[in-house]
Write a protein that binds this ligand. Structure first.
Ligand SMILES: NC(=O)C1=CN([C@@H]2O[C@H](COP(=O)(O)OP(=O)(O)OC[C@H]3O[C@@H](n4cnc5c(N)ncnc54)[C@H](O)[C@@H]3O)[C@@H](O)[C@H]2O)[C@@H](O)CC1
Ligand SMILES: [K+]
Length: 481
């Protein structure tokens, strides 16, 4: 099963791998033609009702594969208003090839008897539908439903939400659906025959994080927790730079407000780094259980907390981390020494743990040289923990126990100290902006690696962790195909 949002991501990732949407449309149209071929008799009349988006584009391709039938393509709307280049190219190809193709702009012009079809292909709207069908689609759908003619829908019956199976108004009552790549959650509740067609999207488009995953950012305003996220970084003690790196990276990854909680001496030093960070020190030189109540208070107003950068591994510090997590029910990123308390702690919090492979073993997880084997081990361990794991390596493996993604950006220069702190900060910021922890962690690993690659272009193996944060904004941009 795949949601429409994820499908759009996979589609973009496939394009980045060199499999264009145009190629996918060709395969989709071909698959629909095969399904029609199985249902129609020779010389049958087949009417393809095409909308102006890519759903319609699929059926325009289908028309080229159905020349043994009496096929006619009907476009709802003027060709100039076709919404995508690839759909328009396929329409132009029909017209140029002198294949039967007509357009109507007004539903009053739609008279099914005029076509007398033995079968109708419904390609008015696919996953691009929002709300109730508008005109002329709504009237056309009603007339198709009223006629006694079999309907094969492309991807999803027009007007039906592929994620829920619900329709906000009239929807096409399909006899069969040819859906692409994977089954859609909304189709199961419909009374029709569903065929899933393989359209040649490589597995890599799903497994590897790519530019398509950026669609999780800022796509649907309703799905966001706060506007752009507030992050609390808890770190510092034996190390000063780590919480500052994480905080700066969080800002560059789009968080609105980043607050740092750290021991007073560390706070003084961080404040010297500039005016962007809101730093508040706690007494002493290490995090200790006496600080926890105040931290829980501060964290309650934040979207995410980032725990670990530079905290060290004093017994009292680890005890404080465990106490914090036991009392926290928000979303938190846990990194570095703080990771070792995770397996023992009983928490309501939703954690994203970012260990390297050594830290993973300390947590009780297993790892393997081969990334595919490692991905299986990480998925199992994430399932046992009940949290999301982002295991760093040449291939970063991200899993929540159900789904697994792999990030393959980055370079050997990134083994320098501090890049993990940057990653923790980016993860915290993205977890404050994206609904799914898995998606946030996957995107963070990918962007951090890309920022590292950009830094390596300039500095080679001499790159420093502090080169990364300012390269995060570009790394979170889709530069196009
Ligand atoms: N994602 C993929 O990987 C692929 C998608 N393909 C096809 O592309 C389809 C999605 O294409 P699009 O995103 O262009 O969207 P659609 O073709 O589903 O919709 C096109 C346009 O219709 C308009 N519209 C939205 N709601 C409407 C309503 N209620 N009444 C009337 N008009 C409305 C909108 O302007 C929308 O952009 C899929 O369903 C599938 O058929 C395939 O071509 C190949 C691969
Ligand atoms: K459709």
């Amino acid at each position: 099963m795949i949601s429409s949002e994820r499908m759009a991501m996979v589609d973009r990732n496939a394009a980045a791998l060199g499999v264009s949407t145009e190629q996918l449309m060709e395969s989709s149209g071909n698959a629909v033609a095969r399904a029609v071929g199985e249902r129609a008799a020779p010389d049958d009349r087949v009417l393809l009702v095409c909308g102006r988006g890519n759903n319609g584009g699929d059926a325009m391709v289908t028309a080229r594969f159905l020349d043994e039938f009496e096929t006619e393509a009907l476009l709802l709307g003027r060709p100039e208003t076709i919404r995508t280049d690839i759909a328009r190219e396929n329409w132009d190809a029909l017209v140029e090839s002198d294949l039967p193709a007509r357009t109507i702009t007004d539903s009053r012009e739609f008279d099914l008897d005029e076509y007398g079809p033995d079968l109708v292909v419904d390609a008015m709207l696919g996953t691009g539908v929002t709300g109730a069908l508008r005109e002329p689609e709504a009237t056309v759908a009603r007339r198709l439903n009223a006629a006694d003619v079999p309907i094969v829908s492309v991807d999803v019956p027009s007007g039906v939400d592929a994620d829920t199976g619900e329709a906000a108004g009239t929807a096409v009552d399909a006899d069969a659906v040819v859906t692409f790549h994977d089954d859609k959650p909304g189709l199961a509740s419909l009374d029709c025959d569903v065929t899933v067609a393989d359209i040649g999207i490589p597995d890599a488009a799903e497994t590897f994080v790519g530019p398509g995953d950026l669609l999780a950012l800022g796509r649907d305003a309703d799905s966001h927790k706060g506007d752009n996220g507030e992050v609390l970084v808890v770190g510092g003690g034996p190390y000063t730079g780590a919480p500052a790196l994480a905080a700066r990276a969080a800002l560059r990854a789009g968080a609105d407000l980043v607050r740092v909680a750290c021991p007073v001496p560390v706070a003084r030093e961080i404040q010297g780094y500039g005016p962007d960070l809101i730093v508040r020190g706690f007494d002493g030189d290490r995090l200790a259980p006496r600080h926890v109540a105040d931290l829980l208070d501060r964290a309650a107003d934040q979207d995410t907390a980032v725990f670990g950068p530079g905290l060290g591994s004093d017994d009292a510090t680890l005890e404080a981390v465990a106490e914090f997590l036991a009392g926290y029910d928000g979303r938190a990123v846990v990194d570095a020494d703080a990771l070792q308390v995770v397996p023992e702690v009983d928490t309501e919090a939703e954690l994203i743990c970012t260990p390297h492979q050594g830290e993973l073993r300390t947590m009780g997880g297993e790892t393997a040289r081969d990334w595919r084997e490692r991905a299986d081990l990480v998925r199992e361990f994430a399932g046992e923990l009940g949290h999301t794991l982002l295991v760093k390596g040449r291939h970063d493996v991200i899993s929540d126990g159900a789904e697994t993604r792999v990030g393959r950006t980055g370079n050997p220069g990134m083994t320098v100290g501090g890049t993990g702190d940057v990653l923790a900060g980016v993860t915290g910021a993205l977890a404050a902006q994206v609904d799914s922890s898995l998606q946030a962690a996957a995107l963070a690993a990918w962007a951090n690696g890309r920022a590292g690659d950009a830094a390596a272009d300039e500095f080679g193996d001499g790159l420093a962790a502090s080169d990364l944060p300012d390269r995060i904004p570009q790394a979170l941009r889709d530069e196009g195909e």
